[in-house]
Design a protein around this ligand. Structure first.
Ligand code: FES
Length: 139
């Protein structure tokens, strides 16, 4: 247990020194909203130019996102962005969720290193792709 705490502390220091806010580090360490949904209404994956991949799972009730999870093969910026974005998307209508942009995500994360902007963009694009695919299928 002590070893885990020491490891978390070391990771915290490294991420903090490279420009992550405490809130973004908490998202990365707690990994809330990471995972899969059984019987999801929509499953969509997207690979970014960096080679990292995100897979979005949505449960949708009457045009509203009831539950959202995501799997991430990627860096701490990708994990923090993905976790925060799923939290923001939950409970929103599909149109509201598709409008979640970099500003909204950055407001939630408070700070990522500048060179991690593309990680936040990847999360946003993955969610937008999932919503578009769902709507195309339904219409
Ligand atoms: Fe690829 Fe962060 S480096 S998403």
């Amino acid at each position: 247990m002590e070893k885990v705490e020491q490891l978390n502390e070391d990771v915290y220091k490294m991420l903090s020194a490279s420009g992550y806010s405490d809130k973004a580090i908490r998202y990365f360490q707690e990994k809330e909203n990471i995972g899969a949904l059984e019987n999801a209404d929509q499953i969509t994956d997207l690979t970014g130019p960096c080679g990292d991949t995100m897979k979005v799972f949505l449960n949708i009730e009457e045009d509203r996102i009831d539950e959202a999870k995501i799997q991430v093969m990627g860096c701490p910026g990708a994990v923090a962005s993905a976790c925060a974005l799923m939290g923001l998307a939950k409970g929103k209508s599909l149109d509201e969720a598709r409008d979640l942009d970099l500003d909204a995500l950055y407001k939630e994360l408070e700070k990522l290193p500048d060179k991690k902007i593309h990680c936040a963009r990847l999360a946003i694009k993955a969610l937008q792709k999932a919503i578009s695919e769902f709507q195309e299928r339904e219409n």
